[in-house]
Write a protein that binds this ligand. Structure first.
Ligand code: COA
Length: 124
């Protein structure tokens, strides 16, 4: 349920589907449409990884955002190589995470599913 809300509210979304039209991956971005964009989420289903789907999703999104000066995302150190492979470069940054906001939104029907899973647990 919250997955759909996140996809609906993102500026751009690319979704990868298999031969049976089941979703195997997605990427989202949020942009001001003038100068900058941020890529909050990229995920490929575990059983579909290693087949180039993640790379293709990132390429499609970077192409969609190709007229913008800055495209940023945050990632764990062990995922940096994946993005460098696609032409991105390491940068310094700052971030703030509010775990409490997840439960508040879950109660409001936005941020968690019936299993209590949050897509942003896998955020870049
Ligand atoms: C990261 C992720 C999106 C990659 O998707 P994928 O479809 O498996 O990636 P690809 O098949 O396109 O891999 C392309 C290349 O990147 C490499 N790669 C994949 N995951 C990597 C990682 N975590 N770190 C470094 N390199 C990675 C692959 O080995 C491959 O290299 P090759 O072309 O030399 O063989 C996927 O592993 C995933 O969904 N992980 C869980 C969620 C996550 O971590 N999202 C990103 C948060 S920053």
């Amino acid at each position: 349920m919250q997955h759909l809300e996140i996809l609906r509210r993102s500026t751009y979304v690319h979704i990868a589907v298999d031969e049976e039209s089941k979703v195997v991956g997605f990427i989202t971005s949020i942009s001001d449409g003038v100068l900058s964009a941020y890529i909050p989420l990229l995920e490929v289903r575990a059983d579909a990884r290693g087949r180039g789907i993640g790379s293709q999703l990132v390429r499609l999104m970077l192409d969609r955002l190709s007229d913008l000066y800055m495209v940023d995302l945050t990632c764990d150190p062990d995922t940096l190589g994946f993005y460098e492979h696609l032409g991105m470069r390491a940068a310094t940054g700052a971030s703030l995470r509010r775990p409490n906001a997840l439960s508040i939104k879950a109660n409001g029907g936005v941020a968690s599913d019936s299993d209590g899973n949050h897509p942003i647990d896998d955020a870049p």
